[in-house]
Design a protein around this ligand. Structure first.
Ligand code: NAG
Ligand code: NAG
Length: 219
């Protein structure tokens, strides 16, 4: 069992992140734990992909554009609340995350954690739970550290669905392997670097930090 030191910069975003990280670093299973004979193992994430996710958290709906970019050490969640706010959650492998809007409110907050983004093999060591139909697809199901339940299409090996311990559900609508967002889009706005800025976009997105690289620390 290990606890990560956590240096909060903003209170709200970092609190939710720190809880998630603590949950994830509990189990320190070996990197190459072999699964019991014949059990399927999760397909590693492609090093770059774009996915559109529909999220449902107790009836609150969001659409997320997820841009995973392992070679460049960055991960982006662009979160559209239904008929509401558009929020940007930009995570760097050096542990810095920025949460911001790009509207006239100029909200931004940041958080600092001591782990990077999710590794492509972050699902290694997950517990296999068998097969289940979800969203109309027959899936293999794994559980990782009591934190996430992950559903992968048996045939195509693409992720279909995942559920966080909070009950927050992701439904994978598109999954474009190799898709990469242009560099210019990965720039947090200037007001994120303004020490006077007290707006906190992060407070609204709570457990979005779930795709944080903290899982890697548990392997
Ligand atoms: C969202 O989840 C709730 C249960 O938490 C469910 O009742 C509702 O039908 C779901 N909404 C959609 C659009 O899937
Ligand atoms: C991490 O990288 C980002 C993007 O280059 C940068 O804005 C941020 O300041 C860095 N954080 C630290 C702690 O160096």
């Amino acid at each position: 069992m290990a606890f990560l030191a956590f240096k909060p910069i903003s209170t709200t975003a970092s609190t939710s992140l720190s809880i998630l990280i603590l949950l994830l670093v509990f189990s320190l299973s070996p990197l190459t734990r072999s699964s019991p004979e014949g059990e399927p193992t999760p397909t590693p994430w492609p090093h770059q992909f774009h996915a559109i996710l529909f999220m449902n958290y107790s009836g609150i709906l969001q659409k997320i554009d997820l841009w995973y970019d392992w070679p460049n050490g960055r991960n982006f969640n662009i979160i559209q609340h239904q008929l509401g706010k558009l929020l940007y959650d930009l995570e760097w492998n050096n542990g810095t995350s920025f949460f911001y809007t790009l509207d006239s409110n100029k909200e931004c907050s940041s958080a600092q954690v001591e782990v990077g983004i999710l590794r492509p093999n972050w699902l290694d060591g997950a517990t296999y739970l068998g097969q289940k139909h979800v969203d109309g697809f027959l899936c293999n199901v794994w559980q990782k550290v009591d934190f996430i339940w992950y559903y992968e299409d048996v045939v195509t090996k693409r992720p279909v669905h995942w559920v966080f311990y909070t009950g927050r559900e992701a439904h994978v609508m598109t999954f474009e392997v190799g898709a990469a967002l242009e560099d210019a889009k990965w720039q947090a706005p200037a007001y994120c670097f303004d020490k006077q800025n007290t707006n906190a976009a992060g407070s609204a997105i709570a457990d979005i930090g779930v795709l944080r690289g903290s899982v890697a620390q548990s392997m």
